[in-house]
Design a protein around this ligand. Structure first.
Ligand SMILES: Cc1cc2nc3c(=O)[nH]c(=O)nc-3n(C[C@H](O)[C@H](O)[C@H](O)COP(=O)(O)O)c2cc1C
Length: 161
């Protein structure tokens, strides 16, 4: 049976991001039935309807991102908490994927959120906010609504090839 394709979306753009390192650890542990691919969000222009409505052609990065999410069987988000919410690049990616109206690439897509932060309660806000307000209303999302780890494990410097 063909491996299920899972997009990995990382909320932090930081080079040494703990969430990115943890994503690579999870990818390395994946069984052959899952094929993970990191879908980058750092180059997505800030969402602005003017860029794709009234005759405008959507930025190529948006089109490419939407197609990559459409093409996968599920999405796994790794994100830190920023000011009790999700980092703006992740929110922007969610917005880009949700438009044009009626064509959201998230609709019905199985998804899960892993959030890691050095703070003792870090990660609880994004998982809660995303799971309860956004993700469960659009994706088929599972979340424990708790940070997966209040004390981040030591991650190697593994990087994707
Ligand atoms: C703008 C900003 C806001 C932050 N807000 C929070 C927060 O609300 N709660 C928290 O636990 N940590 C917060 N942090 C700390 C991050 O969780 C921490 O820097 C984390 O390592 C970022 O994830 P990363 O390592 O994947 O980049 C914030 C960091 C930044 C840069």
């Amino acid at each position: 049976m063909a491996a299920k394709k899972i997009a990995v979306v990382i909320g932090s753009l930081r080079k040494d991001s703990l969430n990115r390192k943890f994503a690579h650890e999870v990818i390395a542990l994946a069984p052959p039935s899952l094929a993970f691919e990191i879908v980058e969000i750092g180059e997505l222009a800030l969402y602005n309807q003017d860029l794709e409505e009234n005759g405008a052609t959507a930025p190529q990065a948006w089109t490419h991102f939407r197609q990559r999410i459409k093409d996968v069987d599920g999405v796994l988000f790794f994100t830190p908490e920023y000011n009790r919410s999700v980092p703006s690049p992740l929110k922007n990616a969610i917005d880009v994927g949700s438009r044009p109206y009626g064509s959201s690439v998230w609709s019905g897509k199985p998804a899960a959120i892993i959030s890691m932060s050095p703070g003792a309660t870090g990660g609880s806000a994004p998982t809660t906010i995303c799971a309860s307000r956004w993700c469960s209303s659009t994706c088929r999302c599972c979340s424990s609504r708790k940070p997966i780890s209040a004390a981040p494990p030591t991650c190697s410097d593994r990087t994707a090839s």
